[in-house]
Design a protein around this ligand. Structure first.
Ligand SMILES: C[S@@+](CC[C@H](N)C(=O)[O-])C[C@H]1O[C@@H](n2cnc3c(N)ncnc32)[C@H](O)[C@@H]1O
Length: 200
């Protein structure tokens, strides 16, 4: 595993990290959503968007620029305020958090989830916790998405990935998995892009 010094050195030399600093994005992750959206057109002008696991807010900045509609960011950590974005401090695995989103808006066009567990370094344990977060994000999407709505979720690859992907396929008409160029080459993360929620 990389030491803290190695990780810091890597971050300082990372292309997307430097671009994020220069262009005023709160995270290098912002470029992952930009690249996903350029390719798959998940967020459109005027869309209502909920971003689960949103701190520090790079995806929120991108979603706000793309949509200009209502944007809600949820994280267990506080999210520094952002123009045009409503923030909720809450755990996405808790029903209470989903209720708080529903009090703000009944039906949503797009649900995003870039939530990640704190990594332990134990691959299968981290994979299982990532799947657990992704399951809760899917549950949330099922409850708040409009029929025809879209969903993006990050999952660390591992033996439960395929079953999870199949579950997403039962709920959405078009489902792809994708690794954007802005993801680090050594990363186990994969994004599932699910479009056209079947709804009720
Ligand atoms: C990789 S970061 C998200 C980066 C974000 N997309 C951006 O562009 O700034 C993952 C986030 O997931 C959040 N998270 C992890 N578990 C969570 C949970 N159970 N509920 C809410 N947020 C959670 C973490 O606090 C962290 O801020």
């Amino acid at each position: 595993m990389a030491t803290i010094d190695q990780t810091m050195a890597r971050n300082q030399h990372d292309h997307f990290y430097r671009m994020a600093k220069k262009e005023g994005y709160r995270s290098r992750a912002a470029y992952k959503l930009k690249q996903i959206n350029e390719r798959f057109r998940v967020i459109r002008r005027g869309d209502t968007v909920v971003d689960l696991g949103a701190a520090p807010g790079g995806w929120l900045q991108v979603a706000e620029k793309l949509s200009g509609g209502m944007i809600i960011g949820v994280d267990i950590q506080p999210i520094r305020s952002l123009d045009g974005v409503i923030t909720i401090k809450g755990d996405i695995t808790s029903e209470d958090t989903i209720d708080r989103i529903r009090q703000l808006v009944k039906k949503i066009d797009v649900v995003l989830c870039d939530a990640a567990p704190n990594l332990s370094g134990d691959w299968s344990y981290d994979h299982a916790r990532s799947i657990d977060l992704a399951e809760h994000a899917l549950l949330c999407a099922e409850q708040i998405l409009k029929p025809g709505g879209n969903f993006i979720v990050k999952v660390f690859q591992g033996d439960m990935f395929f079953d999870y992907l199949q579950k997403v396929r039962t709920l959405f008409k078009n489902v792809r998995s994708h690794s954007p160029a802005a993801s680090r080459k050594e990363s186990a993360e994969m994004y599932i892009i699910a479009k056209n929620f079947r709804g009720d």
